[in-house]
Design a protein around this ligand. Sequence first.
Ligand code: ZN
Length: 308
Amino acid sequence: MRSSRLFRSVAAAALLALVAGCGSSGSRPTGAAAAAAPGATKSGSATAPDPSAAAASAGPNAPEGGPGAGLPESAAAGTGVPESVSAALAALPPDLRARIPRFPPAPAATRVALPGGDKAAFFSHIPTTQKVAFITIDDGWAKNPLALRLFQAANVPVTLFLEVDAIKDDPGYFTPLKAAGATIENHTITHATMTRLSYPGQKREICGGADRLAQLYGDRPTLFRPPGGAYNGTTLRAAHDCGMKAVFNWTQTTDHGKIFYQGTPKVVKPGDIILMHFRPRFVDDFLAVLEAIHKNGLTPARLEDYIP
Ligand SMILES: [Zn+2]
């Protein structure tokens, strides 16, 4: 009986992970992921203790640094196509190169207001009318060798919510991604479901993840994405007490080269936060995200720039 319950819960977790994408490349030992269906709730109930609840949409976390932080120097400087971008484009296989859209520059960010108090803010969408969307990439299991060139060629800001267990076999993989303009934010140590943990347990995962990422990459994250999108009031308090300014879910998810929208029409709107993962089909997923943002007339912007 115990084993059948275990089986059911593992099967449910696997299914949810498949749908929501937080399960990564499959090597994760996680029990029941809480999370997320492609539709996701947006406004939310701050408590999503039920793993089957579709708490899906979430946003990326933002890395530290001011506007433009993390951009390659040549890109930050200027107009036209920076040399680093041309070189990265030239280094890509032609079929991929042809699929990299050109975006107008992101506008100067209008920062959101944070509520203050003893809890971190929560967003699954950034309230803005600016024509921007945010790319967030979670976990870190599948380390595709093309990611660096794709980031450089697309020359767009991305926020990586890294899970310590997912990156520890090769943390150095992410160092050049950061140098190419990605910001690194917090996604726990073990991908534990926050709503199943007490305050001290959540704090251990959130503070521990931030501390380890600071050791590895030099900057301590200030944004947090809860595994599977599952969070509650305790999560927001623990995140705050660990130095996180905001907690993010998302508005669209991506898998197998497809975007999963919330309802209809299937559009990316200003302020939307798109979730993808470091998965085996990273290239298809990243190109699909770029295309979705581009065809909706938006430009990728840096999530951190919108958080005061
Ligand atoms: Zn995750």
